[in-house]
Design a protein around this ligand. Sequence first.
Ligand SMILES: Cc1cc2nc3c(=O)[nH]c(=O)nc-3n(C[C@H](O)[C@H](O)[C@H](O)COP(=O)(O)OP(=O)(O)OC[C@H]3O[C@@H](n4cnc5c(N)ncnc54)[C@H](O)[C@@H]3O)c2cc1C
Length: 472
Amino acid sequence: MNTSTTTAPPAQHPRIPTRSVSGQRARRDGRLRLAAGSALWLSLLLVTYWWVADGGIQDLGGWESGLTSLGRLLGLVASDLLLVQVLLMARLPFLERPFGQDRLARQHRIVGFTSFDLMVAHIVLITWGYAAGQITQFPATIWSLTTDYPGMLLAAAGTVCLVMVVVSSIKTARRRVRYESWHLIHLYAYLGVGLALPHQLWSGQEFMSSTGATIFWWSAWAATAVAVIVWRVAVPLWRSARHGLRVSAVVAEAPGVTSVHLEGRHLDRLRVEAGQFFSWRFLDREGWTRAHPYSLSAAPDGSSLRVTIKALGDDSDRMPALAVGTRVMVEGPYGRLAPRARSRAKVALIGAGVGVTPLRALADGLDYAPGDAVMLQRYTEHPLFVRELQALTERRGLQLLWLPGRRRSPDSWLGQGVGSASDVDALKFWIPDLADRDVYVCGPAVWAESVRRTALAAGLPPEQFHLEIFQW
Ligand SMILES: Cc1cc2nc3c(=O)[nH]c(=O)nc-3n(C[C@H](O)[C@H](O)[C@H](O)COP(=O)(O)OP(=O)(O)OC[C@H]3O[C@@H](n4cnc5c(N)ncnc54)[C@H](O)[C@@H]3O)c2cc1C
């Protein structure tokens, strides 16, 4: 194998005392994930129970009453999931920490589409039932339901908002729309959800069927509204005002890659870990409306922060011209590519391109003894943070492995010049004790998937693989 490497740490370095890695936080996160999943299923069971208690099953006996009854059940499940998908994106710390935002975003997408499909089925079945089971009466019935029943006009407007959001989120449409435009349309989802509430209150049989049901629904709606206001609006505003972040320096790292250094007040009280990311708004003339996620590229030291940004579009392109002193708003910190996911004393950090940024922060922010951390950096032409990483080798015994060149094949995550060994053999050769490490990976989605497959094939237990990709 013909890859440039720096391996064993210099023997004369004193052993750095490491805190024992108990994996306690990783286990607690596992329990929190289980609790969150159970709460979701419990809420679905509860709303189904109230439907049964209200005669939902008996109503299935007749054709028309059966259609309406099934429509009611689907409406209840759709409402429950509608609130769940809002909560998944409400940046609740007790969901963010155990799941991580990328996983929450994927689940939000699945729950959101499911809830929308059920809502459409609810509308069709209820209308069909009210049309006495005759499909020809469907248009007249949907018109009279919308205009005659309390809250239904608002619900119709809410449905239009949700249709807009869902259509713009279908993958082919999503790719054609600018991120900012898609995000703006997505905010209509809150309006859609809000407008659906009155019809449930005024026309929804199960909403009022028992005191328990009424308390459940009111609490669920109120908790969701409070969660969004607190965690999506108030906390980011408060945190940004408290820390008063400003750009303190802008430094070119490599062609098209710029580091932005930031300073602020009380940064020692900002509960952020190496490897995490914030959503950043650089408040110059254009930046107010643009929030973009960037990972910290240096371990937080209590007095400054740093992000390293590759120019890929209209916002990242303007980073080199950012003025020192520009004020900055942040949402976060988020992400699980951090010490909290750790369960082993040894780690491997594997990154490609600008994906190496959070790993650079972890290489400094994680506790490890000399030789217990290895970093593999894949790059085509320009590696990042060479001097800083070499300094970490000197100071902390970080092992470095450089993997240059174009990808040797679309299936391989390795560069040309590695030789003919398979990806799995190469990984086992470089990191023989892989199964005894936590593996932190960051890079493009397809590349990262290839690393995951290789690592699992080389014997890594899946729960020791920790991933961040720079796209949702
Ligand atoms: C968790 C996370 C951490 C990231 N960390 C870094 C980093 O440390 N360094 C770095 O160079 N890049 C990072 N990125 C990628 C970076 O956010 C995008 O390159 C940047 O937002 C592009 O914005 P743009 O306006 O320049 O380009 P655009 O042309 O607007 O977008 C280019 C691509 O970025 C996506 N994107 C744009 N805005 C957002 C957003 N607000 N949220 C999610 N995706 C968006 C778009 O969908 C598109 O695929 C990270 C992304 C994520 C999701």
